[in-house]
Design a protein around this ligand. Structure first.
Ligand SMILES: *Cc1c(COP(=O)(O)O)cnc(C)c1O
Length: 380
């Protein structure tokens, strides 16, 4: 693959002419970050984690919202997300949390993007790529997540020495780890990770500028561990990382809602069936509405039997969710254009991302990040 200053990403088709919209309440983002910053020590910075299109909320918009609310840096998963932030003239520190192929080390350096490094071999291989460019790196320590990073002090020590010896090519900007069970009531495994973290940190004579261990769950429930920076992710968006099994120390306000409108309304006769596989058959004459959203938008296919709010009333999803459309049973005839809330509040009823995730047998992270690029995002 040739090195390019920027590889153009394919254009994304957004449904501006379809009444299906994600609404993001920016005041909720401000609230959640503000509440979190009230709890953290004055010297502790927040890097907002906005990978995966800002957990479905929009990458660039979330970057601006988080920085306005008090975050001082940003974390993403892959280099392309970081480059998109630079393209948008966002100049704050940006850290790529995943492993970037060595060949793009120079591209990261040129764009002042910090990369995560998990082994000495990467640093050695990147030397030739960097030439006279300097790269900012954060070392990842694998204390029990089993994903990326140095596992033992004996492995870490030579990498730290290497960075010190090659200060013209590397800025050793940070060191971090990631906890696997910070969102659980049982803290035994968490404590084991803290022990390994401390054993590895003892290798350092001098600490780099950023020492960070906390995702949202760690900062909410183990804040004593926070270093001088936290990687605050899902809490930004008002979602409880534990899914509700642990209570957050302040009210997390969900920022996202998902709405559409009835696109087509008809009456079924008793015995008529709906959607692929004809898995739903009307028991009596009933009104059915068709919604212009489907699993290609990230609304899971397995939601048959769950509900949406049509003009504030719970209506069952009938038949299989299709790629781009789905059907619901209406209490009576309703006009095309009637508001349908898939996630959010209408009147007395609320459907949370957690509710959707529970029904789909997954976690809200997966539902949020799967919400497709095709959905129009509206910021209010
Ligand atoms: C995604 C991620 C985070 C953010 O996690 P949340 O649970 O959303 O707060 C923090 N650190 C790393 C390394 C991550 O991959």
């Amino acid at each position: 693959m040739k090195e390019a200053s920027k590889m153009a990403n394919a254009p994304q088709i957004i449904g501006y002419h379809r009444p299906t919209e994600i609404h993001v309440k920016l005041a909720a983002i401000t609230h959640n970050i503000g509440e979190e910053l009230k709890r953290t020590n004055p010297g502790t910075e927040m890097f907002a984690v906005i990978k995966a299109n800002g957990y479905g909320h929009g990458l660039i918009e979330m970057a601006h919202a988080c920085l306005s609310a008090g975050a001082t840096g940003l974390c993403v998963a892959i280099l392309d997300e970081a480059l998109a932030l630079r393209e948008a003239d966002i100049t704050v520190p940006v850290l790529v949390l995943g492993i970037t192929p060595v060949q793009w080390a120079g591209l990261a350096a040129e764009n002042n993007i910090s990369l995560t490094v998990g082994d000495l071999g990467w640093l050695q291989a990147a030397q030739a790529v960097l030439g006279d460019r300097q790269l900012s790196v954060h070392l990842a320590l694998d204390t029990g997540m089993g994903r990326i990073g140095f596992q033992h002090p004996e492995e870490l020590a030579p990498a730290v020495s290497f960075l010190t010896e090659h200060g013209e090519q590397y800025d050793f900007a940070g060191i971090f780890t990631h906890f696997a069970t910070a969102d659980e009531a049982d803290t035994a495994y968490f404590k084991r990770q803290v022990g390994r973290w401390q054993a590895m940190m003892a290798v350092l004579d001098e600490r780099p500028r950023y020492v960070h261990v906390s995702n949202t769950a760690t900062s909410l429930w183990h804040e004593a561990c926070n270093g001088n920076m936290i990687r605050f992710g899902v809490g930004i968006y008002g979602l409880n990382p534990s899914g509700g099994s642990l209570t957050a120390p302040y009210e997390l306000e969900p920022a996202l809602s998902l709405t559409t409108e009835l696109a087509f309304v008809k009456q079924l006769a008793a015995g008529d069936s709906v959607s692929y596989g004809a898995t739903y058959t009307a028991a009596q004459d009933e009104w059915v509405g068709t919604l212009p959203i489907g699993y290609a938008d990230g609304y899971p296919r397995r939601m048959q039997g769950f509900h949406v709010l049509v003009a504030g009333q719970e209506c069952e999803i009938i038949g299989r969710v299709c790629m781009d459309q789905m059907m619901v049973r209406l209490p009576h005839e309703l006009p095309v254009g009637t508001l349908v809330t898939m996630v959010g509040t209408d009147g007395d009823h609320t459907i949370s991302l957690q509710d959707v995730a529970d029904y789909a047998g997954t976690i809200h992270y997966e539902i949020a990040t799967n919400l497709g690029m095709r959905l129009q995002r509206v910021y209010e």
